[in-house]
Design a protein around this ligand. Structure first.
Ligand code: P6P
Length: 335
């Protein structure tokens, strides 16, 4: 009797992101597959970026490039590599009309007409927290997908949509493992890259953020320049036995909050009176994920997703995480 083949280990996990996206597409009769094709491009690009991050020191692509991006921030070599990778993988996708990146001052108009369903817009921060790379810290890619409004007179106008209009959002965390967290508006799914087969595998469906956890995440070095309501919250948290966790990379800090609960904040500071994080390709996609997982996301006393954007690179303050923990902050903001 020939030996039986060894059953696949935990076969329930052998749902790749491609299989998941195709299964989701089947639920939408009339879908042309353009949306799936765009998300697949992000999967391809981020697998390539993950490999480059792992080999950064070996390939001598760590460190600064000696240039600044549109934000006036020092560009890391891998910022540019990650940006070019995403632009290249996304640029070839027929359903995409416009792409916009933290690393590019202007949005890129790829095509004005696409066959079939309404074209899409992809916005991304290609390598958030990239300065962490020099010390082998976690970094990430954040992305947001909007539908293109063809009545818009310009790419800038087409992009200026509140976060509530996002059709998908997600991030890829390049850490001890490479994790993609994705929402298409129907809950949050988590995938882990299996480098032995080069596939993101589904590990958790309908991710739910813990209701509460006594952990806050913000850069306390700026406490003296926070508005006094935030300072009062911090004093309350210290008296209430909270712990602090902060990595300096939004993707890593928000992922920890998504998995363990707590609250991530970047309040207004003297240096960044409107907050430091970018609304369109950092705060909004993260806010959609956190809300889809049952949490809350605010910018001051305004729900982040309801902010009417004025510019592609505009900044905002953020408070996001477990609903109860965000409420503790908002209670202090309300005085
Ligand atoms: P600070 C990284 O530069 C980033 O944009 C986010 O990923 C991170 O949350 C924040 O800035 C860190 O800023 O001022 O604490 O170094």
């Amino acid at each position: 009797m020939p030996s039986q083949p060894t059953p696949p280990v935990d076969s329930a996990r052998l749902m790749s992101i491609q299989s998941y996206l195709l299964a989701e597409e089947d639920k939408h009769p009339g879908a042309t597959g353009r949306f799936t094709w765009i998300l697949s491009a992000i999967g391809l690009a981020t697998k390539f970026i993950a490999a480059r991050c792992r080999r950064a020191r070996i390939e001598n692509v760590l460190g600064a490039l000696g240039t600044e991006n549109v934000q006036g921030e020092t560009q890391q070599k891998l910022d540019v590599i990650a940006n070019e990778t995403l632009l290249s993988c996304l640029g070839s996708r027929a359903g995409l009309a416009i792409v916009a990146s933290e690393e590019n001052e202007e949005p890129l108009l790829l095509r004005t007409e696409t066959d079939g369903e309404r074209p899409y817009i992809a916005l991304f921060d290609p390598l958030d927290g990239s300065s962490n790379l020099d010390t082998c810290g976690s970094v990430g890619t954040i992305f947001s997908i909007l539908q293109h409004d063809r009545r818009a007179d310009s790419p800038h106008e087409a992009i200026r949509q509140p976060g509530t209009q996002q059709v998908a959002a997600g991030y890829v965390l390049y850490g001890p493992s490479t994790v993609m967290v994705l929402t298409t508006g129907h809950g949050v799914q988590m995938f882990v890259l299996d480098p032995t087969i080069g596939s993101f595998l589904l590990v958790e469906e309908n991710v739910r953020i813990p209701e509460t956890a006594k952990t806050y995440s913000l850069n306390e070095a700026y406490t003296a320049t926070f508005p006094e309501e935030y300072q009062r919250y911090l004093a309350w948290a210290h008296e209430s036995g909270y712990s602090s966790r902060y990595s300096g990379a939004m993707v890593a800090d928000v992922h920890r909050v998504l998995v363990k609960g707590g609250v991530f904040m970047y309040p207004p500071t003297q240096k960044a009176p409107n907050g430091k994080l970018r609304l369109m390709y950092e705060a909004n996609p993260m806010a959609m994920l956190v809300e889809q997982a049952g949490g809350k996301a605010y910018s001051g006393l305004q729900r982040t997703l309801e902010i009417e954007p004025e510019a592609l690179h505009q900044r905002t303050s953020v408070i996001m995480g477990s609903a109860a923990e965000v409420d503790h902050v908002l209670d202090h903001l309300r005085g």
